[in-house]
Structures are given as C-alpha cells and as structure tokens.
Design a protein around this ligand. Structure first.
Ligand code: XMP
Length: 518
C-alpha cells in the first residue's frame, strides 16, 4: 500500500529496543495520527523519503557510552523535522548534539514527580503542579546541548525534559506512553499537534475507503482466496475484501470438527447469508478425527491438525481455477517483530497454522491489516458492520478443542467438552463477564473421580474451567470470577453434561503456567 498517498500526516518512530515502543505507536494512533515503527538503523535517505511530520525516538536498554550502543545519524536533527526523544532517545539526542550524559550510579525506576519549568509547548494544558511521571532509566543528562533549555526537572533527573524550541527538538527522560504517566497523552498530543502540526485524520472510517481502493487496484480482475476461521482477523479481512472485490473473493471455511458449539453454523450464517460472500464450507470432521485417533502428545496433535488443514484447504482451492491471491490477516505487531533491529524473534511459534500455504500454492499475499493493531482491527470490523460477538470474540487456538482434551480426542470427549464449554460461555455472557476476561473455556481432564448422584455411585470425568485476564497473552492472571458464578457453572455442568461429575477452577498464572493446558 502506498502510504505516501494514504497517510499525509505520518510520524516515524525509530525503535532503539524499548519494551514500550509499540505502546508509543498505539498512543499516537489513538490520537488519530498515523505512525510506523522502524528500526533505529533506518538510513537517513529512507527517513527523508518517508517525509514524516515528526520523529519519535524510543527508549532502549543501552547507555550511549556502550561500545555497541545503537546510534542515529547526527543529521537526523538538522532536517527541519521535529524530533521527540524518549528516555534513551533523549540521551542520544543530547549525546550527539554536544550535551553530557552521565553514566548511571543507580537506576531510577518507578513513579516520580517533576517540576515543570516551562509550561509552554510540550507541557501546555498540563497542570504544572505535581506532575506525576514514570521513570525507567540508568544514565542521566547533566549538561544540555547548545541551544536547549530545561523544561522540567525531578529530584533524580536535573533534566527531566529539555527542548530547543526554535529547532523543534525535544526530549523527555520519563515515559509519556505508559499509563503511569497520567499527563503522557496530553504531552504526546502537544508534540503531534502543536509541534509537528499533524491533523487527527487517521481513523478506521478513513482507512476503510483507502484500503478498499488499494485492494481494488492491486487485485484488478484477478481472484482472491481467503481462509476464513471465524476469528476476528480473518473475518475482518473477508468482509473488507468482499467490499473491495465482491464475487472475485472466495472464502474457504474448514470445519475440522474441533470447533466450539455452533461455530460452523455462525460462520455460514454471518458470512454466506448476511454478507453474501462466496463461501465454501468443508466439513472435514471425520478426516480430522480419524487422523487424531490414538494421538495424545500435544505437539503431535498440533502438527497433524496444521498439516491436515493445509491438505484440505489446498484440495478445495485446487477446484477454483485462476486464483492469484491469498488474503491473510497479518497484523502490525507481526510485521514489527520481523523488522525489529534486534532481528526476528527467536521464539518460533507452532501457533501459525497456515504458515507455508502461500509458497506451496504459488499465491501472492494480500495483507490488508498489516498496518493495524488489534484494537484498530476491531474498530475496523465495527465500521464494516460485523456483529459485536465476532469483533469481541475471545482468541481461539487453531487446533481448537483438541488441545483442551487432555489425552486422546474422541467423538465422545468432544461431545462432553463442547457441551460444558458452551455452558461456561453462556453463563459468563449472562453475568457480563465475557468481555471482562481475555479467554474463558473448559478443559477435559483424563481423570475420573468418584461421585454420588441420587442413590448411585458415579465414576466420571473431571472438568477444569480456565478464565484469564491478559493484555497480549504473553502473561496472564487467573480471573477472580465470583464464587456464585463458579458455583452455577459447576452445578450446571454436573447436572447437564453426562460424563462429568466434578468441576475444578484453574488458579494458575502465566508464567509459569500457560493459558492452554496443552
Ligand atoms: P499459551 O497456552 O501459550 O497461549 O499461553 C497463548 C495464546 O495462544 C493461543 N494458542 C494457540 N493459538 N494455535 C493457535 O492458533 C495454537 O496451537 C495455540 N496454542 C495456544 C492461546 O489460546 C492463547 O490465546
């Protein structure tokens, strides 16, 4: 996509390795200004040809005195483009422009109060008394570069914020992008709107039109395939593409028999009946279950399911001649990860179940969400008229219920789990807990326990309930569901689901546990 045309007011974020870089980008986008993260090694010519309205230098773990410290070209600061350096970004600015950065005696980490010396520009509209900020740094600036003034101080940082107003260069020692800096949003807005002169034009409403135009231009009269899973990302891709190229889009939905209750029907109802999208729905339940017979190892299950998905998808796709493109729901965090100056992430996830598909099928990729964060994708889904239930759907793993049945997957274990899982979701929704947790589901354990029902002794399976809170699935905490709700879940499941006579609640956090049990 040609961002020059699509995003006239764009901001460049140069990443120096901070854990908060994505957060800076999200804050900027939340202010409706388009921005992109690029590695700090981006060449000066590339920066110039990107023509940003402003540049933000992220923080980072280095010290400017380290031999290996990531640098930036000095000329970055003399191109007439406003720059805001955050933490390491500010220290680097000071270092390169002739100031003095003192090596850390100790780290300053946590909340701090700053005294604003100059309430104009960056600190405009911020109450100068008691400005609470979040600090996380070692080194500090002890002498300003020529032309700069102190804008704010704190007990530990004689230069908590600095600026050269005529050259529009600014730096802050603290982190305006984190929630622990309550005035951070105003400060960033001051930079974006008053210093850089950006206009808040980045909205999903404006994105829809430009994305549709860009897809149309790329696809022309060719045909596009889309693997629809019913999850948020592929659903948004499908509807967006359908708006762009109508019947040239063909969606394929593979029912692997490992889905939640009613999922296949919902996908057909929403996409085929409501949106009138060309949809082939393949029921491959028997095939998946026969290949999973006797398999108990979790990674083995994943491999079988992933490979079989590709096999089934390819077979269906082969029936559709003349397809040139494959649409995928790649999101911006995946893109950032693969271009990070630290190199692509070392953690290879077996999570990406359609990996390798485009190469094998010789299809070209269309990734209309590659510029978007998850919350933007949800907003886009709303603009496109997708039902809220799909937009706010919990993540669901590609291998589905197979990794929530500990041990062998059989038609009987699927029946039990699907039924219990539906009760969990139903009750959470009824009590308005569904949207308050990241994921909630049931897990069927290969453990039998003794129970008593009426006058009879039972010997049936144990079912675990898992509900977690999280922001990105990297860490998670077990959700403090009310006892009454847990009690109702247990009652209903034991009464209504034959084969289960005991329910337990999982109170483990991630780490050290994971969200899924397998
Ligand atoms: P864990 O269990 O690793 O899960 O804490 C983190 C997130 O990833 C999802 N997950 C998967 N998603 N295929 C997927 O598409 C998989 O094999 C898979 N395993 C875990 C999990 O639901 C959670 O959101």
């Amino acid at each position: 996509m040609d961002w020059h045309a699509l995003h006239p007011d764009r901001v460049l974020i140069l990443d120096f390795g901070s854990q908060y870089t994505q957060l800076i980008a999200r804050r900027v986008r939340e202010s409706h200004v388009y921005c992109e993260i690029h590695p700090c090694t981006m060449a000066l010519e590339a920066v110039l040809s990107y023509r940003p309205k402003g540049i933000i230098l992220s923080g980072g773990p280095s010290s400017v005195h380290d031999a290996e410290a990531p640098m930036a070209p000095r000329d970055l600061f003399s191109m007439g483009i406003p720059v805001l350096g955050i933490c390491y970004g500010m220290q680097l600015m000071a270092h390169l422009l002739g100031g003095e950065v003192e090596r850390a005696q100790h780290r300053e980490y946590g909340p701090a109060l700053v005294d604003v010396e100059e309430p104009a520009v960056l600190f405009q509209d911020i109450d100068p008394k008691e400005v609470r900020v979040w600090m996380s740094h070692g080194d500090r600036i002890v002498a300003l570069p020529p032309g700069f003034r102190i804008l704010a101080r704190s007990a530990n940082s004689p230069v908590a914020a600095m600026g050269d107003l005529s050259r529009k260069l600014f730096g802050v020692q603290f982190h305006p992008e984190v929630a622990h800096t309550p005035c951070g949003r105003t400060l960033l807005d001051n930079f974006l709107f008053h210093v850089c002169g950006c206009k808040p034009t980045w909205t999903m409403k404006s994105f829809v039109d430009s994305a549709i135009a860009a897809v149309r231009q790329k696809v022309g009269s060719d045909r596009v395939l889309c693997a629809l899973s019913g999850g948020v990302d592929s659903s948004v891709v499908a509807v967006l593409l359908h708006k762009a190229v109508g019947d040239q889009l063909q969606c394929i939905f593979v029912n692997n028999g490992l889905l939640r209750k009613g999922e296949a029907e919902t996908v057909e109802r929403v996409f085929r009946d409501h949106f009138e999208i060309n949809l082939v729905s393949v029921n491959a339940t028997d095939l998946f279950l026969s290949r999973l017979k006797g398999v108990t190892d979790p990674e083995q299950k994943r491999k079988i399911i992933g490979n079989l998905f590709i096999e089934v998808f390819e077979k269906e796709a082969a029936k559709l001649r003349g397809t040139r493109y494959l649409a995928q729901g790649t999101l911006y965090p995946d893109v950032i990860e693969s271009v990070s100056f630290k190199g692509p992430s070392a953690t290879i996830k077996t999570h990406h179940n359609v990996g390798g598909l485009p190469e094998r099928m010789k299809l070209e990729l269309i990734e209309p969400l590659r510029e978007l964060f998850k919350d933007e994708v949800r907003q886009l889904g709303r603009e496109l008229g997708l039902p809220e239930r799909i937009i706010m759907r919990h993540p669901f793993p590609g291998p589905g219920l197979a990794i929530r049945i500990i041990g062998e997957v059989t038609p009987e274990s699927l029946r039990i789990l699907r039924h219990a899982d539906a009760i969990v979701l139903e009750e959470l929704e009824a009590e308005n807990w569904y949207d308050r947790v990241w994921q909630a589901f049931a897990v069927l354990l290969p453990v039998r326990s003794v129970g008593v029902m009426g006058d009879e002794r039972t010997y049936e399976q144990v079912l675990a309930i898992r509900a977690v809170e999280s922001v990105d699935a990297m860490t998670a905490d077990w959700a403090r569901l009310p006892y009454d709700l847990l009690g109702r879940l247990s009652n209903r499941i034991i009464n209504e689901v034959p084969g289960v006579n005991r329910v337990v609640y999982d109170i483990s956090s991630k780490p050290p546990s994971t969200i899924e049990w397998e």
